[in-house]
Structures are given as C-alpha cells and as structure tokens.
Design a binder for this molecule. Structure first.
Ligand SMILES: *Cc1c(COP(=O)(O)O)cnc(C)c1O
Length: 298
C-alpha cells in the first residue's frame, strides 16, 4: 500500500464479556494494529502528514528521536525506506551502541543511520539551540520530534477518530488510548472527542501539560482523563501479571496485545470497567495502537 494515500478503514470490533455485560457498557476496539505491517497503528496515523510535508518540501533526509524500544524509530525507518527518504535516528543511551536490540537492528537494516547520544544529551531534544546544532551537524534534514508528535500528527490521528464515528454511526462517549508522548491522545481530543489516556510510563502526570501544549490549550484539556497508575513499573517494564493478562486477552478475544503500551491500556480499562467506573450505557472505543513487532513471547 502507498503509505501516503488514504488507508482503508481499519476494523472496529465489539468486545464483550461478563464484565462489560455486568457494567452495561459497549466496548469496541479500533484495530489500527492492522493498518500496515511495519508502519503500524498510531505511528502510521502520526507520520502520514509529516512524511507528505517532507516530500513536498523536497527533503531527502528525515531525522528523529527515540529510545531503544521506540516504535516511532521503527516506523520512521520503514517509512523512509518505502518512500526513498534517508533516515537518521538519534537514540537515547550511549550504552546501546554495539549491543543493538531487535528494534534498532530493524531500523539499521531499513537504512536508518543510528546516532547514539547520552541520556543527558537526549534530554535536550526539545531545546531550540540543541535542535539547531543537530540540524547543522546532519545537513539540515527534515526534523520530526520524538514519537512523531507534531501538529501534523494530530491531523492524522483525528482522521482515525472520524473514521470510528463513521463506522459506529455516532461518536463514542470515550476513546481509550495508551500514552507515551501524548500525541495520539491530543489528536483524538482535537477531533472533539473525550479521551481516557493510560500512561505507559511512570510519573505520567507531565502528559497533561504536554497534551495541552500540543493542542495550544492554556487551561488544560478538559476532555482528557489521564490514568497514571497502570505503568507496571515504568516505560518498557512489565511483570508476569501483565504477561498473563495478555495471554488471557488473546485467548478470550483472539487479539494480540504487546506489553509496552496496549496491554497496559487494556489492563487499566478492564479494571475500571470491573470497578464500576462507567455509567451503564456508556460507549467506549479502545484504540489498538499497534506496536506488535515489539511483542515478547510470554
Ligand atoms: C508510540 C506508541 C504509543 C504512544 O503514543 P503517543 O502518541 O506517543 O502517546 C502507544 N501505543 C503504541 C503501540 C505505540 O507504539
């Protein structure tokens, strides 16, 4: 499939079990994990307009940022390869050089040049002076921030929300999504929908401000409910309970999740449903944001 043309709508599937029935709610899953084999889920939605913008500007190289398990680096490398754009990844952690994991290996074999920096340097990734220096160092490439979360990304994600409303015939009361940089949550909010965001990182309270900043809202995003307690120890950390949950979910619904984002979101969402958080009659669409290439064998 051409990465930049409209994707066919991804399936929207009803999920029901004893807990959703008891709570009297309607739960659906938006299968954005099926959108593309390597540029998956929210990364496809978030990159689409930035890639188009890069090509329109005549860029030949894209530079972006990510950690060792970054699905964004993975998707950017695959997209660059498919579109004939060179890619450069600024990777957090000097210690990773020489012991690359499967994500970084995939990036490199898709032609991404990996540039490892210290955690200290990586922290400057939003500073303008630092970005100018990096741009000069790498020949002024088209720059995409960590997670691909730009205003153009919000536009792509908002299309997913509109797609869901079209498929259901009404706008759901809530969208649920995992959150890393908050770009996906911000994109759904920009479409006017209410969002339940589940932080995949420890100390995820910063997401509220980052999401507000992406939306240019000074008073904080009113339609956002942020859950910060389902991180399972932090970013890319998990335990046996989460892996068992993933297995059970797959057995029950025949849908794979992965342990970095989507399993944490579904664990949290089903926990809230069990605890009676939602009014009977509420409709929820949980977004499967993809990332399955990072699935661990449980
Ligand atoms: C990157 C990613 C997220 C986080 O998205 P943000 O827009 O950065 O909040 C969630 N789920 C999956 C599978 C991802 O790869």
């Amino acid at each position: 499939m051409d990465l930049l043309s409209p994707a066919p709508p991804t399936p929207l599937q009803r999920l029901s079990n004893a807990d959703t029935d008891r709570a009297g709610i309607q739960l659906h899953i938006k299968r954005d994990d099926l959108i593309h084999p390597t540029v998956s889920g929210n990364k496809w939605r978030k990159l689409k307009y930035s890639l188009r913008d890069a090509l329109e500007q005549g860029a030949t190289t894209i530079l972006t940022f990510g950690g060792a398990y970054s699905n964004h680096l993975y998707a950017t490398a695959a997209a660059g390869n498919a579109l004939g754009l060179k890619t450069i990844g600024i990777v957090r952690g000097l210690e990773l050089e020489g012991q690359e994991n499967s994500t970084l290996h995939f990036c490199r074999t898709n032609g991404m040049m990996l540039h490892y920096v210290s955690r200290e340097e990586y922290r400057q990734r939003h500073s303008e002076t630092y970005l100018e220096q990096i741009a000069a160092q790498f020949g002024h490439p088209y720059m995409i921030p960590e997670g691909g979360s730009t205003e153009l990304a919000l536009k792509g994600v908002a299309e997913m929300a509109a797609e869901v409303t079209g498929q259901l015939g009404y706008r759901p009361d809530y969208f649920a999504t995992a959150a890393g940089t908050g770009g996906t949550a911000a994109g759904i909010l920009s479409a006017g929908a209410a969002v339940l965001a589940f932080s995949a990182l420890k100390g995820g309270d910063f997401l509220r401000e980052d999401i507000a900043a992406l939306l240019h809202e000074n008073n904080g995003p009113g339609n956002l409910t942020l859950f910060t307690d389902y991180h399972f120890g932090g970013y890319a950390k998990w335990n046996d309970e989460l892996l068992t949950f993933m297995q059970d979910f797959r057995a029950e619904f025949d849908i794979p999740l992965e342990q970095v984002y989507t399993a944490k979101m579904f664990y949290g969402l089903l926990d809230l449903i069990k605890k009676g958080y939602f009014q009977p009659g509420a409709s929820i669409v949980a977004v499967h944001t993809g990332g399955l290439q990072g699935l661990v064998k449980a």
